[in-house]
Structures are given as C-alpha cells and as structure tokens.
Write a protein that binds this ligand. Structure first.
Ligand code: SF4
Length: 88
C-alpha cells in the first residue's frame, strides 16, 4: 500500500471532474485539506472558504456550476443548498 492510498481525500477529489473543461485544475481550493470548511453548518461562518474563493481564477464558473448542477456547500465564494444560493 502506498502513501497515496492512505491519504485523506482533498476537496479537489470531491469536485465533479466530468464537467471540468479543465476548469478545476485552476481551482484555488485544490488540495485544501480542510473539508468541513466547505460544507458549513448553518450556524458556522464560511470566512475560511470565502477567503480562498476570493483569489480563485474560476470563481464565476464555479458559482454557475453549483447553481446549474444543484450543488451544496461553498462554491464561488457563496453557499448553496442543492443549487440554490442561500448565503452570499
Ligand atoms: S471558487 Fe472557491 S470553491 Fe470554486 S473552485 Fe475556486 S476556490 Fe474552489
């Protein structure tokens, strides 16, 4: 067994590469190990994720993708619930 097999999955592993158009390789969150920060509880802020999104070159595409495909969590610096924008 290799170290790669043992490592924790990163956020990039969770991104839907089937819709990629190579966008996701530019994701600022790629490799971020802090998974919970991207799926906050309603009582939690998402300042950590939002700060990373602010410098992301695919921010607009990411938010559009989340809305179009019904994603939940922080995408494009905003929080979505099944594709609906719930926190700006
Ligand atoms: S906008 Fe945010 S969630 Fe989307 S790819 Fe960039 S860093 Fe990741």
């Amino acid at each position: 067994m290799t170290n790669t097999a043992l490592r924790e999955p990163t956020l990039a592993d969770l991104l839907p590469i089937s819709d990629s158009k190579d966008y996701w390789q530019h994701a600022a969150c790629k490799g971020d190990p802090n998974h919970e920060a991207w799926f906050p509880y309603p009582s939690q802020d998402f300042d950590y994720a939002r700060a990373i999104c602010e410098s992301c070159p695919i921010r607009r595409e990411c938010g559009e993708f989340a809305g179009r495909t019904g994603q939940s969590g922080v995408w494009g610096g905003h929080e979505y619930d099944r594709g609906k924008l719930i926190r700006d």
